[in-house]
Design a protein around this ligand. Sequence first.
Ligand SMILES: Nc1ncnc2c1ncn2[C@@H]1O[C@H](COP(=O)(O)OP(=O)(O)OP(=O)(O)O)[C@@H](O)[C@H]1O
Length: 299
Amino acid sequence: MISGITPILIYTLIIYPAMITIDHLTYSYRHGFTAISDATASIAPGIHLLLGENGAGKTTLLRLIAGLLFPSAGSVEADGCDMSRRCPSTLKKVFMLPDSMEIPATTIRGFAGMHSRFYPTFSQETFEENLHDFRLTGHENFNQLSLGLRHKSLLAYVLALGVDVLLLDEPANGLDIDSKKTLRNMLARCTGPDQTVIVSTHTVSDLRELYDGLIMLSRGRLLLARPTWEIAEKISCVATPIPPADALFTEQGPGVFLSVTANRGNEDSDLNYALLYSALMSGARDAILNQINSQTSES
Ligand SMILES: Nc1ncnc2c1ncn2[C@@H]1O[C@H](COP(=O)(O)OP(=O)(O)OP(=O)(O)O)[C@@H](O)[C@H]1O
């Protein structure tokens, strides 16, 4: 957690124990640049949106969670195991799909045949269904596919792995409009209640309806890692003809003002991730984080 632990959050963590625990995590590249600085968070099962500006440290964080980088300080645990120990029993439960990936095989089926042996939860049936939904046979020569088709082949495979922790770096990159809809349905179908998926993206609209949590990084600092319901309980994203007097942040949209306000009436409101991102990147950041981290009066 970024701030104090609220009773609601304790309740949440008891009902849904954290799959990923990040404790004072710091990572510096060899030349000394610190890409992740003292990050602490608990991430429960569900689909989480990871946001941050270019160079914020999103890929570095995903690689640390996957055990592909070793922390300079602090730790990352997945399912209770320290990822830097690279225990085979934990590694088979975690997979990171980078934004571009080469495969040591001519077809995605050939790759799946070799690679899935390390992932006992892989489902051939789900893989077939995913290939079908993307209108792929899986017999296409991978290196002769377009960028989008290569990406769809990989997504069809990794979403069939059934791993506890799936880390997706820009999964909708290069996908056409219909394929993005297919990906959204596939992700919903392939993600069980005990799985944790983190989606790093700059395009927040593609999978908007799916997110259970929001993680926000800026300049290597973890600003926020919370379930979306908890954020929506504290703030509202509203569109009005004139900005509300108590708006914490406002930007002008086409014909309306888009604002972030405190959710004083405990009203249900959908989070506008693009608006929230702009708000957290503005001078209103502290006011919005204070509001999100504030205790509810009855808690
Ligand atoms: N191998 C590396 N060696 C040195 N510095 C690196 C290396 N990889 C990344 N960095 C630096 O670490 C910082 C975080 O990079 P990272 O790739 O994690 O950011 P990101 O949030 O994923 O960015 P983007 O949205 O542009 O993909 C950047 O300043 C980047 O230049």
